[in-house]
Design a protein around this ligand. Structure first.
Ligand SMILES: Cc1cc2nc3c(=O)[nH]c(=O)nc-3n(C[C@H](O)[C@H](O)[C@H](O)COP(=O)(O)OP(=O)(O)OC[C@H]3O[C@@H](n4cnc5c(N)ncnc54)[C@H](O)[C@@H]3O)c2cc1C
Length: 487
């Protein structure tokens, strides 16, 4: 039937973009009298559910004209599962990269001079940002862009579809479904429930245990979101018992189970993108467009050739990395911008200074001009993030939970700095309740921001030079806290 859709599309010179794949398939089914018996109808419904799984969307939502626009780019080779899970791939990719967990971005402020990403009471500043927020989150507008994204991008965000696929993962005491079976399906009597546990994947060869995953696609994936997980589990088990009971095989209760809720997860609001009615592959290109010179976009919904996939998301990241590299090189060739950006003290000088801090508590280290005890005299504070999950307690409780999984991710410490007066440093030291409270005090009460060495700017450069000179016994050019606001 899908071949017929393609033929019809070619014959008609394309469908109007507001016709759904579901309506064309239903017309063809009636026209060619496909699946007249109940059994045939159930089998056809199973294939429709499979199509809805692949597209994370009901057939009534998919564009008949463009739902398969990425087919020509499909990669060859077998589908395969990574033994030990996809986590292994991610772990290798983020080796040596500091990652801040538990930071929920609320606002992204951008202009041609740079970006501020605001997460809770923290502000991350950068020259450029690569935004990989899922399309579902962009659609909900839970992240505020200042200024607002261009109309053209907002319209593409609205047009493209972001649908649902849910799963129930179960760990059983043993593999009762057959060691050689990778996957098996189940027909539904009711058409609207065709996607409910219609397909099972066995993961026992790759997960190291007797794991079975049931898929929920199409309309059923929507109702699954609101169902009680124990009722859902009970239903899956009754289906399994219906398949294996007649074969004399006992279906044990699972030792552990989990039901996904991708539609209500505030960090995704759905599973992956599809070309919805009235949308087209162009919308992926629009989503990929950068805004100004500081805001870039990657992620599965920005790559029209490989949307809805992990490899697509990865390739879109490489695409943007090269785009950002080109833009950075162009900036470096612009002497005006380049001089403005590289005005902070060098890493080597700071490294040397902080070998002998004048004050240290928790993760905070301070160096001051030794020739001035004036409470207003300025120094530099350094905080080292990502030494290891145990050592860094900024997100102590949450990081501790992830101790096993993320220790290796944080093996590349990130050093951030701020210019701070002696008085402010002593105030910070008095704050009780650990480094999390102190960090909060730094941002909220002292109004200070942490930056990379370069971000310390002219003021940081002068303060550093003063301290270096004073330590060498040649104190000069002292500055007071009053000057800090002027920069
Ligand atoms: C059930 C299911 C099955 C799938 N099966 C396959 C498959 O078999 N093969 C395949 O290739 N692909 C599959 N995919 C698709 C694949 O997982 C995605 O296409 C891919 O992960 C998308 O990567 P991404 O980087 O674009 O987005 P994501 O991986 O979703 O990353 C976006 C990140 O942004 C974070 N985020 C969101 N909002 C905020 C915020 N406000 N502040 C801070 N962070 C935020 C999220 O927490 C998330 O970490 C499947 C997806 C699902 C849901």
């Amino acid at each position: 039937m899908l071949d017929k859709v393609t033929q019809l599309r070619e014959f008609m010179g394309g469908f109007a973009s507001d016709i759904s794949l579901g309506s064309v398939l239903e017309t063809l089914r009636l026209l060619y009298s496909v699946a007249r018996s109940d059994e045939e109808k159930q089998l056809l419904d199973w294939h429709f559910a499979n199509l809805e799984y692949a597209n994370a969307g009901s057939l009534t939502n998919l564009s008949a004209a463009y739902w398969d626009q990425d087919d020509p780019y499909e990669m060859g080779g077998d589908h395969c599962l990574l033994a030990g899970g996809n986590w292994r791939l991610i772990r290798a990719l983020c080796e040596g990269i500091p990652i801040f967990y538990e930071k929920k971005v609320q606002t992204i402020r951008y202009d041609d001079d740079g970006v501020e990403v605001i997460a809770g009471n923290q502000v991350f500043q950068a020259d450029m940002v690569l935004c990989t927020i899922p399309l579902g989150v962009l659609k909900k507008r839970t992240i505020v862009f200042e200024p607002e994204l261009p109309e053209k991008k907002l319209a593409a965000i609205d047009r493209l579809g972001f649908g649902l696929l849910n799963k129930v993962a179960m760990v059983f005491p043993h593999v009762f479904w057959g060691e050689d079976l990778d996957t098996f399906g189940c027909l539904s009597k009711q058409s609207y429930r065709r996607g409910e546990f219609f397909l099972f994947y066995s993961y026992h060869t790759v997960s190291g245990g007797p794991v079975l995953v049931a898929l929920v696609a199409g309309e059923a994936a929507q109702s699954f979101e609101n169902a009680d997980p124990s009722a859902s589990l009970h239903h899956v088990l009754s289906i399994l018992k219906g398949i294996y009971g007649p074969k004399g095989i006992d279906v044990p209760n699972p030792l552990q189970s989990i039901c996904t809720r991708w539609g209500t997860d505030p960090f995704s609001y759905g599973s992956y993108s599809h070309v919805r009615v009235k949308s087209s592959g162009n919308d992926y290109d629009i989503l990929a467009e950068s805004v100004g010179s500081s805001l870039y976009f990657a992620g599965e919904a920005t790559i029209r050739q490989h949307p809805a996939t992990m490899h697509g998301a990865y390739l879109s990241g490489l695409r943007e990395a090269s785009r950002i590299l080109r833009a950075t090189r162009a900036q470096q060739n612009n002497p005006k911008k380049c001089i403005q950006k590289n005005i902070g003290p060098s890493d080597d000088i700071l490294l040397d200074l902080f070998k002998k801090p004048d004050l240290a508590f928790e993760e905070f280290y301070f160096v001051f001009d030794p020739l001035s005890q004036d409470p207003k005299s300025l120094g530099i504070m350094r905080v080292t993030l990502g030494k290891s999950c145990n050592e860094c307690s900024i997100e102590h409780s949450s990081w501790k939970k992830r101790e096993d999984s993320c220790q290796h991710l944080l093996n590349e410490p990130l050093q951030l700095y701020t210019v701070i007066s002696r008085k402010q440093a002593l105030e910070l030291q008095q704050v009780t309740g650990g480094s999390e409270n102190q960090m909060s005090y730094l941002f909220k009460n002292l109004g200070l921001r942490l930056v990379g060495a370069n971000g310390l700017g002219l003021l940081g450069n002068s303060v550093t030079s003063n301290i270096v000179s004073a330590r060498r016994g040649r104190g000069r050019f002292r500055m007071s806290a009053g000057r800090q606001n002027a920069v």
